[in-house]
Write a protein that binds this ligand. Structure first.
Ligand code: HGY
Ligand code: MN
Ligand code: MN
Length: 419
């Protein structure tokens, strides 16, 4: 139980911060949608970082920036020897992102800190608010790169040498360019006492069930592969079909093929071709090469491996039939993660105590929490996504649900930080 069970956040103050951050890298839709484009380590990401670091300073947090650009602001506790309770997420977005994905977890953490400061409450454990570099994995892969390095799951030098999928820029150079190549060593020298991440669900379940709070039990496994399919570029008009070695056709067959894998497997299996680039991409030229990505996910590791195996066999069969070569490069591969049972129980019990409907659920999306779970007791608090939309500028969560989620985060943090 928390030491201040009736304490609540200031939802308007939190919403104002979400709106202010939402103005950086703002993307406006034809129907009034207000989204964000802050790809990792872009100028917009830098500006968003500067804004949030400014708020951390205003709150008197001790700020550390580590060598992969993770930023952690810490409020002291009464026990200087105690490891911090950490809250956080990310503020980088996909190119068609929203105001809430990631941002809510970071700004919800600042709201928790400000609420405690406002009421002169000092917890036993320090409280840290973090945002991690390149959670999205849209520009640099893998996703959750910053938190993966933070927990020691990826070497710093390997991370700094990652090349951007869009312009080939080196991650370490971009970090220096935007002024966030910090001096704090990676991986972290001190594991948090616990980690809690407030996040939008990014899917339709809570809304469909009419539930306000998701007590997240874990994160499904993720398998990202980049394919480079090479064939024979030729004239679209003069080349008989029997003589073609068309990578464009193979790319389309792989797209429909992975859809068939997910449909046949059912359950939580999902498959997505999100990127597909033809070269030379001209109306009257049989393509020379196609570069594409395949995203496979499942809550069960054995089933995910089964999907990968069927996908691999499909690539080999198509390559042989069409006479093309297919080079496969793994961009990300993370097994499913189960969160700490006591932390999931705490989220669920707290939501109930605050009078919110709640349900246990796995996360379909990847999160920094799945990396922090490697080093400390971790869980997540989900709030509903309207129409289940995310990675879409129409992403939206109501102010009431935002406030409910932040109140649960506050009370979970109080319980964990005074325990
Ligand atoms: O891809 C994901 O699930 C996350 O948004 N990085
Ligand atoms: Mn996210
Ligand atoms: Mn995302």
């Amino acid at each position: 139980m928390s030491s201040h069970p009736d304490l609540r956040v200031d939802g308007e103050r939190l919403w104002a911060r979400l709106a202010a951050l939402g103005e950086i890298g703002a993307v406006h839709g034809a129907n009034g949608e207000r989204g964000n484009a802050r790809l990792a380590l872009s100028d917009a990401d830098r500006d968003g970082r500067d804004l949030v670091v400014g708020w951390m300073r205003d709150l008197g947090l001790a700020i550390e920036i580590d060598a992969v650009g993770n930023v952690v602001g810490t409020r002291p506790g009464s026990d200087p020897a105690a490891a911090p309770v950490m809250v956080g997420s990310h503020i980088d977005t996909v190119r068609t992102g929203g105001w809430f994905d990631g941002n809510l977890g970071v700004l919800g953490g600042l709201e928790v800190v400000e609420t405690l400061a406002q009421h002169d409450i000092v917890t036993r454990h320090p409280i840290s608010v973090a945002f991690f570099t390149n959670e999205e994995g849209a520009r640099f892969q893998p996703d959750m790169l910053g938190s993966l390095v933070y927990v020691g799951g990826m070497g710093l030098e390997d991370a700094l040498d990652v090349r951007a999928a869009d312009d080939g820029a080196r991650l370490g150079d971009e970090l220096a360019r935007i002024g966030y190549a910090g001096s704090t060593p990676c991986p972290t020298a001190v594991a948090p006492h616990a980690y809690v991440e407030l996040h939008i669900e990014q899917g339709p379940v809570l809304e469909d069930e009419g539930i306000t709070i998701g007590a997240v039990t874990g994160v499904q496994g993720i398998s990202w592969t980049e394919l480079t399919i090479s064939g024979q570029s030729a004239h679209a008009g003069t080349t008989p079909m029997r003589l073609r070695r068309d990578p464009g056709y193979v790319a389309a067959a792989i797209n429909t093929g992975v859809r068939a894998i997910a449909t046949q497997m059912g359950g939580t299996q999902v498959a997505t071709v999100g990127r597909c680039e033809f070269h030379p991409n001209l109306v009257n030229v049989v393509p020379a090469t196609v570069t594409m990505t395949v995203d496979l996910r499942n809550t069960d590791e054995m089933l995910l491996q089964q999907a990968e195996s069927v996908f691999g066999a499909l690539c080999e069969q198509l390559a042989a039939e069409e006479g093309v070569t297919i080079e496969r490069r793994t961009l990300a591969r993370f097994e499913p993660v189960e969160f700490d049972a006591s932390m999931v129980d705490l989220v669920e019990a707290t939501a109930r105590r605050l009078g919110h409907s709640t349900m246990r659920m796995p996360s379909g999306a990847g999160h920094d929490a799945q990396m922090l779970a490697r080093v400390c007791p971790t869980s997540m608090v989900f709030v509903p996504s309207v129409n289940g939309l995310s990675h879409n500028i129409a992403e939206y969560t109501s102010p009431a649900d935002i406030t409910a989620g932040a109140d649960v985060l506050l009370q979970v943090v109080l319980a964990a930080a005074n325990g």
